[in-house]
Structures are given as structure tokens and as C-alpha cells.
Design a protein around this ligand. Structure first.
Ligand SMILES: [Zn+2]
Length: 108
């Protein structure tokens, strides 16, 4: 099967994008309602749909390692600055990821 180009967007991809957005918003609402397992399940389903349709989800929305949704700073995640770089630390598994893209330093 031929791989599709990243720029192509079909009707199916648009429907998948809607489902992903819905699932991510539902996961935030479920976390606020105290249903942590349900919220991680919603994030997992959204990631599976994104993988099937080769779509991107913003990494700021959830933890890649444990599918914890990042809806409330201080409870679900913390932001720490180490050596001038900002990191997002997951509240449940403790993994940290850099906020934004890493700057490439060019050697002269
Ligand atoms: Zn995590």
C-alpha cells in the first residue's frame, strides 16, 4: 500500500480530527469529574485514531508515557525551568518533556 503524503487531507482525516478533538476535550472533563482511568482511556483512543490516520496531536495535551491529560497545571503537570529550558513534568509518572522545540546552536 502506498503511503500518503503528509499534506493530503481527506474527508476521513477531517472526521478523525473531529473525533480526536472530541476525545481530548472529554478526557479533560472526565479528569475534572474525578474519573482518572476514563480520562486516560479517552487519550489512548485519541492517540490510536491519530496513529491510524497518521495525524499529529499536540504534545502539550497529554503525557506520551502514561496518557495523563494535561488539563490543570499544578495537579496534572508542572512546568520547571532547568538551565534556562522549560520542561513539562507529568504529575502521575514524573517523566519530563521540553516545552516547545529545542534550539539548535550553530557552531561558527
Ligand atoms: Zn506521565
Amino acid at each position: 500500500m502506498k503511503r500518503k503524503a503528509a499534506s493530503q487531507s481527506s474527508f476521513e482525516d477531517q472526521a478523525a480530527r473531529k473525533r480526536i478533538d472530541t476525545l481530548l476535550s472529554l478526557s479533560g472533563a472526565a479528569y475534572c469529574a474525578g474519573e482518572q482511568k476514563l480520562s486516560t482511556r479517552y487519550v489512548l483512543l485519541a492517540r490510536k485514531i491519530a496513529m491510524r490516520h497518521r495525524l499529529k496531536i499536540g504534545v502539550a495535551a497529554f503525557c506520551k508515557h502514561c496518557n495523563q491529560v494535561f488539563c490543570e497545571q499544578g495537579k496534572t503537570h508542572k512546568v520547571r525551568v532547568v538551565a534556562g529550558k522549560a520542561y513539562r513534568v507529568c504529575g502521575s509518572c514524573g517523566k519530563r518533556r521540553m516545552v516547545g522545540k529545542a534550539k539548535v546552536v550553530k557552531k561558527a
